[in-house]
Ligand binder design. Structure first.
Ligand SMILES: [Mg+2]
Length: 380
């Protein structure tokens, strides 16, 4: 917990208080996957989406997180109170007030995902009040963002794996695709080979979600390079094992990058991971790392450490800040979230030539929630 997480007074030093935040609405939806999904350390049959809307100045800001419906009580209670009355034009002040409000329960995990959804909603609201796309409000480093196809779940048959990965290369123009490994280490080389055979000139990434031991991961890294020229090994060991990641980063084949960071909830987490030289590319997730405000802090840390940043999951929500982040390498085009975002959010980006780009004709992040379509998934 940051020592400086002290809530500033309402509207500190503000000269105009035109859009006080009010009337927070939060709801949760449980959306079944199209097929059972699994990675090296978890399996699931549904994904929970928590949607937050907040009003100010006659407009409504929208944010969301893929988290648990358990955060609804926190959003409707402590966090709604914390931001009430803050000016929608000052998202960082509201962010600091939220950080202070949850001090005694801890910011990691559920609280961070709740703050993430609300922070994104407040930034969306500010951009709407100004009538500008959020990418323009942040200021763009790039107009389009490269994506890599991601899925290849360990619950898939070889045919399902090949078909999905080939689709991202052939249909969406992705240069890179990522598959899950780690459920059955004996079978992983065979699955990796099968995947590589389906993607032609595409580059293969693998994600073990922390399933392997250090020596096991080291042996498999060499094997994966031999059989499929794998260039990205994500969470070969637990992302909490910073020394283990650093060891593998130093010993893995030179062309194979080690990546982690998706479970980062605050800047100290990312600082520790970078300070330990654990990754070649850092990952961060705007639905977990306290929203756009937190993601921009991670971006600054990456710049200071000369390490590239990759946006994890929730591609539609990441897009505006991915345009702005200094060392952004690419965004994850995650099967389950792409499907949900296209189903439930009008304005969700479409892949073209391996890239996505914000619609600069729409204010805010450009996403409108299709509440009626979502109603059948509502849990609370
Ligand atoms: Mg991952």
């Amino acid at each position: 917990m940051r020592a400086a997480a002290v809530a500033p007074p309402r509207m500190p030093g503000a000269t105009s208080r035109s859009a006080p935040l009010e009337d927070l609405q939060a709801s949760a939806f449980e959306i079944p996957t199209d097929r059972p999904e699994a990675d090296g350390t978890l399996d699931w049959k549904s994904t929970t989406l928590v949607v937050v809307e907040i009003k100010g100045g006659g407009q409504v800001g929208l944010g969301y997180s893929y988290t648990s419906s358990a955060v609804l009580r926190l959003l409707r209670g402590a966090l709604a109170s914390a931001v009430s009355g803050y000016d929608a034009m000052d998202p960082p002040a509201a962010w600091l007030a939220m950080s202070a409000a949850i001090r005694n329960i801890g910011r990691d995990g559920l609280a961070a995902t709740a703050i993430s959804a609300l922070d994104c909603a407040i930034w969306d609201l500010k951009a709407k009040l100004l009538g500008v796309p959020l990418a323009l409000l942040f200021g763009r480093m790039r107009g389009k963002v490269p994506i890599y196809g991601s899925g290849g779940f360990t619950s898939y048959s070889d045919d399902e794996l090949r078909l999905q990965l080939a689709g991202w290369v052939e249909r969406d123009g992705c240069r890179w695709v990522k598959m899950k490994i780690g459920t059955d280490a004996e079978r992983d080389p065979h699955r990796v080979q099968a995947a590589k055979s389906a993607i032609g000139d595409g580059t293969l990434f693998v994600d073990a979600n922390g399933a392997y031991g250090i020596k096991q991961a080291l042996a498999l890294a060499a094997r994966f390079q031999d059989i499929a020229d794998v260039r990205w090994f994500e969470e070969p060991v637990s992302s909490d094992d910073l020394a283990g990641l650093a060891f593998l980063r130093g010993r893995a084949p030179e062309a194979m990058e080690v990546a982690a960071g998706e479970y980062g909830y605050d800047t100290d987490y990312f600082r520790r991971m970078l300070a330990a030289e654990s990754v070649d590319v850092l990952q961060a997730d705007v639905t977990r790392c306290t929203g756009y405000t937190g993601f921009l802090q991670v971006s600054a840390l990456c710049e200071a450490h000369h390490i590239d940043l990759s946006a994890h999951c929730a591609p539609a929500l990441h897009l505006p800040v991915a345009c702005a982040a200094l060392r952004l390498r690419h965004q994850e085009w995650f099967h389950d979230h792409v499907r949900i975002e296209h189903m439930l959010f009008d304005g969700a980006p479409r892949a073209r030539n391996g890239m996505i780009e914000p619609d600069m004709g729409r204010p805010g992040h450009g996403l409108d929630f299709k509440r009626q379509d979502a109603e059948r998934f509502r849990v609370s």
